[in-house]
Ligand binder design. Structure first.
Ligand code: J2J
Length: 538
């Protein structure tokens, strides 16, 4: 009987068959992968988190204990569990414990607040929510209390001081045998950067994700001597799988978790742990290159700096090797699947000027014009893709899926790219209604909907504006009902509604009308252009 989770579109059987036959999908699960690594690399250090060091054997044992603890709480296979943790070893113990149980983590980011968390809990009908007590000056227990007031959650599980909730530490117990999940079933949900009113959930299977993790580890030449620094939020797809912490564990290496990506936290860790590879978004890469000038820390162990999540300018790309003494690897990926890498032995030219090429020979890439016709090689168009680790649809989103995917299963990435003669992709822009704020994705419609809930807002249009540091920031154009309210009353309204800080508009402009396109839609292009002109008129 097919016991897979309903609401998760999957690959047609002929494709699944092909991906198995080609050896991409190997019927492995995350739980078993960790067990095998513990058998092979038992005494090696798997995770370093603050003063804690966990060997593979310890990690494997703790994951078993925790899986049994989750089960004793009543968490079952296919139950959804919203996980919102900073970069601490408990994050990975929770992940692998849920994987072993066949329960499904929903990966929230530490920056998410009540609006996002409430939505994830409600939409996925989550049974539990896992948090840290405090992180970055914020008390997540307070957030849990407000979320719990509006959605039905059976458990709030806390790393650290649990207050009124269940302490994670109390759940480690004598392990019992558990039934293994199916490799072709969903293992967890990643979040989409999105361009719609509410975030979309991305169902990833053991088979497909493990393929991308294994192939990424190979491309990045990871082995048991590799030391990966996880400086970006561990729940994000990039530091999780490209090759990230999972790829490092796959290779038997050591993953070092940084609580903050700033040079004053990361540089001493690189020096102390002899980090060989790490991943950053472009603004952080810039900050690191500046900070490295002081030469206060020994960064000589670093071989590879991966940069992705947003476009890295060629000028910045060219500075990486001189500033940090390591190879740059550009990474153009997405939580929906497709990941492109420049290869470590590529020419400087390719490394600096392209965003890489796909992982897999069976990643099908189409670049099409507005009419859906393939463009000539070298021309810019919209990127569509299909392959062994690219989803065929979002979770419980039938209507949206019909728009976001072609009838034959290609995912419309919303990215404008061109392909070089040798098959490398260059990101030229974006066709989706999204702002990429230094790697943090903001869906315009989501913010517009929140603004429209304000009694003094008649209409709202959110667009990107160029920014020297973040690449882009957000500007909200607002038509007020009557006299415009102070800008701060709008931004604090959004904060009170529980929006993550990176989604709060950086600038608000009140206008009387919006420019329209020929067919009468709001012209976001004209709004963006108005922003780069010296003065914006009211
Ligand atoms: C330009 N735009 C980029 C790049 C992503 C590895 C790396 C990144 C992500 C990620 C990821 C870009 N240049 N180098 O999941 O595994 C923009 C594109 C893309 C969107 C996906 C990974 N790298 N982007 O960023 O799901 O617009 O994944 O469609 O957060 O980020 O965002 P996300």
């Amino acid at each position: 009987a097919d016991t897979r989770l309903p609401g998760c579109p999957t690959w047609p059987e002929d494709f699944a068959e092909r991906y198995r036959r080609a050896g991409y999908w190997r019927g492995e699960t995350f739980g078993r992968m960790l067990r095998e690594r513990a058998e092979r690399h038992g005494d090696r250090v798997a995770l370093v988190s603050g003063e804690d060091r966990r060997t593979y054997r310890e990690l494997d044992a703790r994951v078993d204990q925790l899986a049994s603890g989750f089960k004793a709480l009543g968490i079952r296979a296919r139950d959804r569990v919203v996980v919102q943790l900073p970069n601490v070893a408990a994050f990975h113990e929770v992940c692998f414990a849920l994987f072993r149980l066949g329960a499904l983590p929903v990966f929230a980011l530490p920056a998410h607040r009540g609006a996002e968390i409430g939505y994830f809990c409600e939409f996925t009908e989550a049974v539990a929510y896992v948090i840290a007590d405090r992180h970055g000056g914020f008390d997540y227990r307070t957030l849990a209390t407000s979320v719990k007031a509006t959605v039905s959650l059976q458990h709030v599980i806390v790393v650290g001081d649990a207050g009124p909730y269940t302490s994670l530490e109390s759940l480690y117990r004598t392990p019992e045998a558990l039934e293994e999940p199916r490799p072709d079933d969903v293992a967890f949900f990643q979040l989409s950067g999105g361009s719609t009113g509410v975030p979309k959930l991305i169902p990833r299977t053991h088979d497909d994700y493990l393929y991308s993790v294994r192939a990424s580890a190979e491309i990045c030449q990871l082995d048991a001597s590799s030391v990966y620094l996880c400086a970006l939020p561990a729940a994000h797809n990039f530091p999780m799988s490209s090759p990230g912490v999972f790829g490092t564990l796959y290779a038997g290496g050591t993953a070092v978790l940084a609580l903050h990506p700033s040079p004053d936290v990361a540089f001493p860790l690189i020096a102390r742990e002899k980090v060989t590879i790490t991943a950053l978004v472009p603004p952080l890469a810039m900050v690191w290159m500046d900070a490295a000038k002081a030469r206060r820390h020994d960064l000589s162990s670093l071989k590879v700096l991966q940069v992705g999540g947003a476009k890295l300018s060629a000028e910045a790309a060219a500075r990486v090797k001189p500033a940090l003494g390591c190879t740059l690897q550009q990474v153009f990926g997405m939580a929906e699947g497709l990941v492109n890498y420049t290869r470590l032995d590529d020419s400087e030219e390719r490394i600096i000027h392209t965003q890489g090429r796909p992982i897999c020979a069976d990643d099908e890439v189409r670049i099409v014009d507005e009419d859906g016709q393939d463009v000539e090689v070298g021309q810019t168009g919209q990127l569509f893709t299909r392959g062994p680790y690219t989803i065929r649809g979002y979770y419980k989103a039938e209507t949206h899926n019909a728009r976001a995917f072609t009838a034959d299963g290609f995912y419309g990435t919303g990215d404008l790219v061109r392909m070089t003669a040798d098959g490398y992709l260059v990101v030229e822009g974006r066709a989706k209604d999204q702002i990429n704020r230094g790697g943090d994705k903001v869906a315009a419609e989501e913010i517009e909907n929140h603004l429209l809930a304000h009694p003094m807002v008649h209409d709202a249009a959110v667009v990107s504006m160029p920014d020297a540091f973040l690449g882009e920031r957000t500007c909200a154009f607002v038509i007020a009902r009557g006299t415009p309210p102070p800008t701060t009353s709008l931004t604090s309204f959004l904060r009170e509604r529980g929006l993550a800080a990176f989604k709060i508009p950086d600038r608000v402009e009140f206008v009387d009308t919006f420019p329209k396109t020929g067919v009468g839609k709001v012209s976001k292009k004209a709004l963006r252009e108005a922003l780069v002109r010296p003065a914006v008129t009211r």
